[in-house]
Design a protein around this ligand. Structure first.
Ligand SMILES: [Fe+2]
Ligand SMILES: [Fe+2]
Length: 237
């Protein structure tokens, strides 16, 4: 195999940073759930996710090192902070974060990582992607289980309405920032990049569109929420 492309190095270091952010958000969300008296099953699941994300960070760091990287991740501390957003009930913030990070982020992560793993041949990168993909399926399921628990609770009606109001903004962020973030603003990826587990941004857009039809619309519809209308109402960047 030829030498590690610089882009692969940069992308895997960025992924280490993203995994730290994922762990921090899982910890925050689990703390909020603990404060809200959620079921122990859900709390254990949340803590396990926080630990998974640290494993992902370690595995991603191993790929970065295998690619010849010698730097360390730069963590923007404010991006790891999650203050309560308003004086609304705690359940509102739980649902906001649960939907945004898990029902949207972790749900689209499953097909994204599947695609990344398909083209990946570099051994460390492949091992990282295998583990991440395996975990993301459980992380996705956590999001929907959490949403069901909140919608079935005493604040169900107001939380369902909240999701309807929040979804267009969440989808707008998916379109505007998650894609280039994930692909590290690459315009093209070479065969070598692909072997190191990178993907072209155009492919990302396809995966998102497919996830809307296959996951978001039917899963939200089953919970009385119109994701198609939210998607169409999302401001296009
Ligand atoms: Fe992760
Ligand atoms: Fe995850």
């Amino acid at each position: 195999m030829s030498g590690a492309p610089e882009r692969a190095q940069a992308e895997w270091l960025r992924r280490v940073e993203a995994e730290y952010r994922s762990s921090a958000i899982a910890q925050h969300l689990t703390l909020w759930l603990t404060q809200a008296g959620a079921s122990p099953d859900l709390l254990h699941a949340g803590l396990r996710i926080a630990a998974d994300e640290l494993d992902h960070a370690e595995l991603s760091m191993a790929v970065y090192r295998a690619a010849g990287g010698t730097s360390t991740p730069q963590l923007a501390r404010e991006s790891l902070e999650h203050p309560r957003r308003t004086r609304d009930p705690l359940e509102w913030d739980i649902v906001r974060v649960g939907v945004d990070v898990f029902c949207l982020g972790e749900t689209v992560a499953v097909p994204l990582f599947r695609y990344l793993r398909e083209g990946c041949e570099q051994p460390e990168a492949r091992a990282a992607l295998q583990r991440i993909l395996r975990d993301e399926v459980r992380h996705r399921d956590f999001g929907w289980t959490l949403l069901d628990a909140m919608l079935d609770g005493p604040l169900g009606a107001e939380l369902r309405a909240l999701v309807g109001r929040e979804l267009p903004g969440c989808f707008a962020r998916v379109r505007a920032s998650y894609a280039p973030g994930f692909a590290a603003a690459l315009t093209e990826v070479s065969d070598d990049d692909r072997r190191w587990g990178l993907m072209p941004p155009a492919r990302y857009a396809e995966v998102v569109t497919r996830t809307l039809a296959r996951d978001w619309v039917p899963r939200f519809r089953a919970r009385g929420i119109d994701a198609r209308a939210a998607w169409e109402g999302a401001a296009t960047p």
